[in-house]
Design a protein around this ligand. Structure first.
Ligand code: B1M
Length: 210
């Protein structure tokens, strides 16, 4: 079994001690952070998600796999973030109210940082008013909303409406993403951009501001 497969398997086992060590080993062997992320970590998490859906795994096991994923991301973080890039803009980012998933949102934040953006991360379970307040305080160019639950997706529309009510809708771009979110949904709620993953979120932001 190659190292990437081993990392994926140990992530599925929730081995939060060895997964970051093996992630470091993969970096030391010259594997790219993007490949480690997609082929080992995200691949492993997808299997966890599928087993969770089929009720072969339960919440505590998913939590411990998420802990292993976060530990590995801490190892990748410095490599994902470029050094010394000048500020390309400011993005306020957060997971929508009622939603506690933050792995994908953290990844999006890291790649924005790596692309030279100032990232204001509001965390999880963020109420619309907090997005508005942070966007105003930081004069942000973007507001990035993440949702992982079909039940929390509608909250994205509320944030967009709150930004409009505060008179801020025209001077910033709203980007949305997360597993259940689609391009069509983004259009329906009046978002400016949608991206299926962290790397394309940064690309999308560039096109929105060019
Ligand atoms: Co939850 N969960 N979970 N969970 N969980 C999902 C999302 C689910 C699909 C699992 C399943 O049933 N197969 C399902 C949602 C079903 C639905 O609504 N359609 C689900 C459920 C049901 C739940 C609970 C309700 C379970 C329960 O309590 N019965 C509960 C809800 C709690 C809450 O939020 N209120 C719950 C809890 C949890 C844990 C706490 C145990 C844990 C979260 C830990 C954490 O985040 N710190 C967890 C996890 C880990 C998952 C799965 C297994 C993995 C999510 C993940 O981290 N993926 C997930 C199944 C799955 O997605 N395969 C599942 C890896 C990550 C890198 O990908 O987050 O998709 P992702 O992010 C991507 C893109 O989506 C995109 O870029 C990211 C990186 O490339 N993206 C953006 C994300 N945000 C973006 C923003 C952008 C652009 C792109 O622009 C701003």
């Amino acid at each position: 079994m190659d190292l990437l497969e081993k990392i994926s398997e140990e992530l599925q086992n929730g081995n939060f001690i060895d997964v970051p060590k093996m992630t470091q080993e993969a970096l030391d062997r010259g594997l790219s952070p993007a490949v480690i992320l997609s082929d080992a970590l995200v691949a492993g998490m997808d299997v966890v998600g599928e087993k969770f859906r089929r009720e072969e795994l339960f919440l505590p096991e998913v939590l411990i796999a998420a802990k292993a994923m976060q530990a590995a991301m801490a190892v990748l973080r410095p490599r994902l973030i470029a050094t010394g890039a000048k500020a390309a803009g400011t993005i306020v980012i957060g997971t929508i109210q009622g939603d506690l998933h933050d792995i994908g949102k953290n990844l999006v934040g890291m790649l924005f940082e790596g692309a030279g953006y100032q990232v204001i991360d509001l965390g999880v379970d963020v109420a619309p008013a907090r997005f508005v307040e942070a966007a105003r305080t930081h004069k942000s160019d973007f507001v990035g909303l993440s949702a992982m639950l079909t039940t929390t997706m509608p909250r994205m529309r509320e944030v967009i409406e709150s930004l409009a009510e505060a008179g801020m809708r025209d001077r910033l771009k709203v980007m949305v993403g997360g597993a259940p979110v689609t391009e069509q949904f983004a259009r329906d709620i009046g978002a400016d951009g949608y991206a299926p993953d962290a790397a394309s979120a940064v690309e999308k932001a560039r096109t929105l501001k060019s």
